[in-house]
Design a protein around this ligand. Sequence first.
Ligand SMILES: *Cc1c(COP(=O)(O)O)cnc(C)c1O
Length: 393
Amino acid sequence: MSVRAGREFLAIPGPTTMPDAVLQAMHRPALDIYSDAMVELTDGLLRDLGRLFATQGHCYIYIANGHGAWEAVLSNVLSRGDKILVLESGRFALGWGIVASGLGIEVEILKGDWRRAVRPAELEARLRQDTTHQIKAIVVVQIDTASGVVNDIPALSAAIKAAGHPALLMVDAVASLGCMPFQMDEWGVDVAMASSQKGLMTPPGLSFVAAGPRAREMHQRAGLRAPYWDWTLREGPEHYMKYAGTAPVHLLFALRQAIDMLFEETLEGSFLRHRLLGEAVRRAVAGWAMGGALSLNITAPAERSDTVTTVLVDGADPLALGRYCKEKCGVVLGLGIGELSGRAFRIAHMGHVNAPMVLGTLGVVEMGLRALNIPHGHGTEAAIDYLGDSVGA
Ligand SMILES: *Cc1c(COP(=O)(O)O)cnc(C)c1O
């Protein structure tokens, strides 16, 4: 039997659910790409991306997924043979490092642990050893979508300062921008990047890079610059060059609508919503964990992200649970990836999510735990109690 008719619901960390208004915004003819309306659309989006990253720096829009933006960042500031330090806390900073290796950049990994955030003191200690400043840039994710960790970007920036090290700080905010605070300039971040398909509620296919003055200065000497990604070529007066070719008009319509919705909710409102729904998920997992088979991957409560929760499964098959939720109920869970492959599932709560979507997902997971005889305590009820108490009357 199954109870899955109707809309399939994605609880994976990207692509995320898109609002109907975002889908509808694309259902119209393309703009004349040489018109004033096109230029205004681009200018407005670049200005608002600056607001999202909280930077006075330059923003760039790429027709690319996150991997493309990683390459854009690296190629615009570095040269072949330069060294970078990758801060491990899951899979995604490592992924950025793999792209860097492919470009001929020397990659050192500051070994981390998939169950915790990067330790600022460990970064500071490593940088103090680098007395000749061989490390040109440090790459880190704000939220790692594999482990579910949130890194403390201002604390890592402070550690770099404390070590007196000149390396650029480059941050991946793909799974966090629009969902939790990000203050590029205030935090001393030199380059930040994000993508359309996570918290920004837009179809996959767009990525964004913001570059501060130190990064733009290094850009002048970067040997890896390539025509499609090159910041200088994109900064000319000609609108066409802002995309190094034809603008992705419909994706831009979608992004315009999504950012309008985000600003209408207010960023503070979105951050609070993510905090409430994230905590509701954690309360549910804590309840399930009473059965002994499930646990939260990230051990320290303050290091658990508000956009994705990674749940470890011991003595049962998370793939079977994922299959149950999808085939019986039409809810698609994220599964464990990388080191956590076959040992975990993930619940995304980022972007266009609300209480029924989160509570529905939790209810379906609990249904699956029961149907598959995976030992668990009551969890969904704890999430309901938490939201009932916190959201208030
Ligand atoms: C999804 C994601 C990316 C980018 O992935 P693409 O599939 O290349 O768009 C990068 N970093 C993080 C933290 C992510 O969650």
